[in-house]
Design a protein around this ligand. Sequence first.
Ligand code: SAH
Length: 394
Amino acid sequence: MNNSIKVKVFPKFTKGYKEGYPLILKERMEKWPKEIQEGDIVDLIDTNGHFIARGYHGKQNKGDGWLFTWDKKVELDETFFTNLITAAMEKRQFLFADESTNAFRIFNGEGDGFGGFTADYYDGFLVIQWYSVSVYSFQKMILEIFLSLPEIKGIYEKRRFQEDKQDDFVAGKEATFPLIIKENGINYATYLDDGWMTGIFLDQRDVRRRISEDYAVSKNVLNTFSYTGAFSVAALFGGASKTTSVDVAGRSLSKTKEQLEVNGLDPSEQAIIVEDVFHYFKYAARKQLTFDLVVVDPPSFARTKKVTFRAAKDYPAMLREIIDITAPNGTIIASTNYAGFGMKAFKKLIAEAFQTSDRTYKIVETHSLPADFTVNKNFPEGNYLKVLFLTLDI
Ligand code: SAH
């Protein structure tokens, strides 16, 4: 184990840390030691010098490390990680037991007791995402534990702390791609070795399920920011009459075709449009096209040649354009993964969009992260996903 360094917490933050707040923020400390290095063990102490909790120092996009125990006797060793991973696997037994689904998150950082890495299961293969150099120093130990599990055949990783693209096969057996996974009986083609994204966003599983269960029958569906068209496929399984998928990335055409084909669906019967959605909204309005169900799941920040989109600022204006091409009594599924605001603020942005419209709406469903993306109850801001199903009254 690396050095252990005692750090004193400002009195006003002591209570929060004692109660389980897991993120180490150096501005909450009386003095942040100059000599501290990535991967060092940090013992937080109160003004009287009493132990509060133990963590590791690792700079991430947010924060300066994660606490992992409130018990002075616990050390960061193989036993610790084995217990942690065993407990995380147990929590997902309901998913391992579900024959219609074989891709889901099996370790969700601080939600499973140790911030800094996540692990997603794709039918026997893992994708681990490492968020700091220091968490990467535990890589070997963590890989060995995962590989010793009968469920895991091979492991891929993405080093999020590196600027340039860093993703690799790292251990066990290699998969062949596309790796076809199953989610609620629907196939999705995935590539675990091709950049940050794998072909499917596992955190939207419940939303895809609800679309196919209750929102798609006979509907003309518009899927914007569609990526590989996963929402379109879910809608077709739910009985949609037609889907139109719009994404600006050139890859989205072949990727969406592939998602349809691996389910025996004919891509030539669906519209797959490679275009900036903001242009498409104008085109659809001009042509007076309307859709019964519109799904909108933009990135938090996106820049194309002509348009810069920031969820925090531009969501209402975008939604306003969507309202105009939504059929009478239609449904809009509005989603955001922007961690900078919560559900309340998101609802406000939605209300703002309708203020300038003569249409009114009801929120009929609210979703955040699914159960396998476990949220730490002392760190609710880790629940970044917000999805609202809105039905229009007219
Ligand atoms: N909804 C998708 C995931 C979206 S990922 C799913 O559930 O699988 C975000 C996508 O937005 C990316 O594929 C990116 O190419 C696309 N994108 C970003 N800006 C865009 C724009 N202005 N117009 C169209 N697509 C855009």
